[in-house]
Design a protein around this ligand. Structure first.
Ligand code: GLP
Length: 261
C-alpha cells in the first residue's frame, strides 16, 4: 500500500483523475470499478474536464459500480445509476451499455448478486477499483461484520450510514434501509485499488483503515490484504495517521510518483 497526502481536496481529485486517465490511456478497454458519494463528485468533474480538454477516450471502457440502493428505480435522483449518469456518464463518450450497477429493483436479490459477479468475470475482472470510505468504515456498503470473503449481495445499512447518507435525500425518511453491494472478497479481486478519502470527518476512520488491525467490523481495513493499493487523501483526512513522515518520503522519492509531484 502507498499513501499519498495532498494539501487540499482539489489536489486529491486531480491526482486520482490523473491516475485513472493514465490507466485508460495504457489500456483503452479498461474495466473500471466505480464508487459514489460526495468525495467522488469532485473526481468525476475532473475526469469530465480531462475528457473535454484532452479527449480522454472512454469509448471502450467498461464500468462496474460497487453498489446500488434497493428499491430505487433508475430514474430516482437518489439512485446510484442516476448519480453516475448525472456526474459522469452523460458527459463523456462512454457507451452506457458498458456501464453496470447492481439492479436494486430486482425481485431476486440472491440471483442478482450472482449475475453481477458473473458479469464482472465475463468482462475479465476489474482492472482498477475506485473506493471511498464511509464513516462507518465501509467500502461499498460492506457494513460491520461483512465477511472478508463476502461476494455481491444484499446488505442492511447501519444507522450511522443511514444518518450520513440521508442528507442527500429531499425527504431523508425515504432513504432505503438496504442495498446490493459488491462483497469485500469481490473488491479484493480487482487488480488494483485506488482509495480516495477527504475531510476531517474521515480522519479517525482512515487511520483505522490503514494502520489499525484488520477486522470485519471495519471492512475498509481489508484493503491491507491487497497487493496493489494507492490511498490518496487530503491533509484533513490524514490528521490521524501516525506513519505520515514515511508516506511523504515514499511520495517524494519513488520514481512512479515523479510525474505527479
Ligand atoms: C456511500 C457509498 C460508499 C462511499 C461512502 C462515502 O456509503 N456506498 O461507497 O464510500 O458513501 O461517501 P462520501 O464520499 O459522501 O463520504
Amino acid at each position: 500500500m502507498e499513501v499519498v497526502v495532498r494539501p487540499t481536496k482539489p489536489d486529491t481529485s486531480w491526482l486520482a483523475a490523473r491516475l485513472i486517465a493514465a490507466a485508460i490511456k495504457a489500456k483503452p478497454q479498461l474495466v473500471l470499478g466505480l464508487a459514489t458519494g460526495r468525495t467522488m463528485e469532485r473526481l468525476y468533474a475532473k475526469l469530465v474536464q480531462i475528457h473535454r480538454e484532452e479527449r480522454l477516450d472512454f469509448s471502450l471502457v467498461r464500468t462496474f459500480n460497487l453498489d446500488e440502493y434497493i428499491g430505487l428505480p433508475e430514474e430516482d435522483e437518489n439512485s446510484y445509476r442516476y448519480y453516475m449518469n448525472h456526474h459522469l456518464f452523460d458527459h463523456i463518450n462512454i457507451d452506457k451499455r458498458n456501464t453496470f450497477l447492481p439492479d436494486g429493483m430486482t425481485d431476486d436479490e440472491a440471483g442478482e448478486g450472482e449475475r453481477y459477479e458473473a458479469a464482472i468475470q465475463e468482462a475479465g475482472g476489474i482492472d482498477l477499483q475506485l473506493l471511498g470510505i464511509g464513516r462507518a468504515g465501509h467500502i461499498g456498503f460492506n457494513e460491520p461484520l461483512s465477511a472478508l470473503q463476502s461476494r455481491t449481495r444484499a446488505k442492511a445499512l447501519t444507522p450511522l450510514t443511514i444518518a450520513e447518507n440521508s442528507g442527500e435525500f429531499a425527504d431523508p425518511a425515504r432513504i432505503p434501509r438496504r442495498a446490493i453491494t459488491m462483497g469485500v472478497g469481490t473488491i479484493l479481486e480487482a487488480k488494483r485499488l485506488l482509495v480516495l478519502v477527504t475531510g476531517d470527518s474521515k480522519a479517525e476512520i482512515l487511520a483505522k483503515a490503514i494502520e489499525g488491525p484488520i477486522t470485519s467490523m471495519i471492512s475498509a481495513t481489508a484493503i491491507q490484504l491487497h497487493r496493489n493499493v494507492h490511498v490518496i487523501c487530503d491533509e484533513e483526512a490524514a490528521a490521524g495517521l501516525s506513519g505520515r513522515e514515511y508516506y511523504d518520503w515514499i511520495f517524494a522519492n519513488e520514481p512512479e510518483w515523479e510525474a505527479y509531484r
